[in-house]
Design a binder for this molecule. Sequence first.
Ligand code: HEC
Length: 534
Amino acid sequence: MNRSISGLAACMLCAASAVGAADLSGTVQDAGGKPLAGVFVTARSAARGWAVSVVSDAQGHYRLPDLAADSYSLTGARLGHESARVDALKLGASGAQQDLKLGVATDANARMPGYAWLAALPNSEFKARFITGCTICHDAGAERVRLPKDHAGWVAAIEMMRNRKLDVYSVIPDFDNNELADWLVKNHFGEKPAAVALPDPAKDATAHAVIREYDVGDANSWAHDMAVEPATGAVWVGDYPYDKLIRVDPDTAAQKVYMIPVKGGGAHTLHFDREGGLWITLQLADKVVRFDPKTENFKVYAGFQAGSLIHSFAYDGHGLIQTDKQGRLWMSEFGKNAVASLDPASGEVREYALPGAVGHTYGIALDSHGRAWYTKYNENIFGMFDPATGKATEKVLPRPSSAPHRMAIDGHDRLWIPLSGYGVLARYDITADRLEEIPLPEPDTFPYAARYDADSDSVWVMGNGASSLYRYWPAAGHFDSYRLPSPISYGRMIAVDYERGEVWTSLANYPTKHTGRTTATLVRVGGLAPAPGK
Ligand code: HEC
């Protein structure tokens, strides 16, 4: 896992030259002049297209470390308060001081997290269907989505979603549009959030975190997945509608764009292999590519059935591509009821039909016996395909519409499966054939991906609707919560930088415009809390 010496040395140099060492610090007060804890203080450089955030402590103090000399806009934001903002703040090499005073919120609902709106809905299978069919693309807290509509308004919105040309809209379950509209109106969805306990980032793992956000692409970009390059620490992200692969330098925010040589491919999932090559699924083109960062060449692999919508690769506890004993990669086919293998040496593709209906095969992972485990989002199923026998066996999850999503496997042959319909992280012990449900810290969150971290034996889960990245420590049975500074921080894949001890996600609410941002965003969380008890 160690980075090459030259990569590390290069990185240390760029950190020293580009980041600088000036601090921006100050105190945050509420409207009455009292110190205010748990405020996200964010310095944003528009010129560089990045922002750094920390949280104020019990005395209202904040310190943004290691900022480059630049001009910043500084904001202070906390749920239940009006944000404060100072523009064109000049920071020199010796740092600066700036206090902030937050006002009384005029519209407390404007920043209310999505889960508070969903928690106001009565629990029922209908709710799970709404969550799994509708919040899979966009956060329920986005105004455009949640603002109250009458029956006709909801029917029009649902029909518009169903009638869009892209195949990915087929994840909307086959319910009656009128029935869902009736239910949303009857239950006053979007009128009043539930009185839920709101997270206090001063009191959880966010307290010592330093969170950096990087602008990527434009308002129509969809940065679905990203991966950290083990050799250099660079972060690579795909821009789905633009056929772009973008390399981001975490220290300077400098970006380099590579055009993927397949038009309309839909760059979806990215993982590095052990040789340093970057594999990308091109969901809309039924192809995958391998990019070599050294030669900057793409190799395209075709031969998948039309409409397969290749989704995920099987990957290991270091985020690297898993291969079986024959050296083959394994993929899930979201559009067909199948998993597939690819021999990178010969280019041979094999597809294996699974039992049952097309259920949107999502996550995939290889266990220690070389068997391919998969989830079916819309069929409430997870299963296993055994290449040795050519047979698949499937298990139905205990609750309807659980929507098992992108899972991970750990080194003990346990699957970590996000159950999006119920805000749950499930653990399935393959050897013992035992399934346990672990509720996420906030109710009604929408976990998209789970990402196992083999170095620390912990599991990362993205909590959409709560704009939170959770880390679960199985040995301690404990969650760390990292609150992300931007409202509607809707992440999908999670990547770990093992060298720096940091974690990344990309904000991929679809569409970006619902979030108020004008670009896609990469998020990097540093200053992570140690393992419980350490
Ligand atoms: C595959 C992704 C996807 C799914 C699934 C999806 N949406 Fe959307 N939704 C979008 C996109 C993209 C837009 C923006 C459309 C535009 O403005 O062109 C949008 C826009 C909306 C809007 C705003 C419309 C407006 O007036 O601007 C509402 C409301 C909405 N969706 C509700 C829903 C509901 C309800 C469901 C479930 C039945 C749903 N969405 C499922 C992607 C999705």
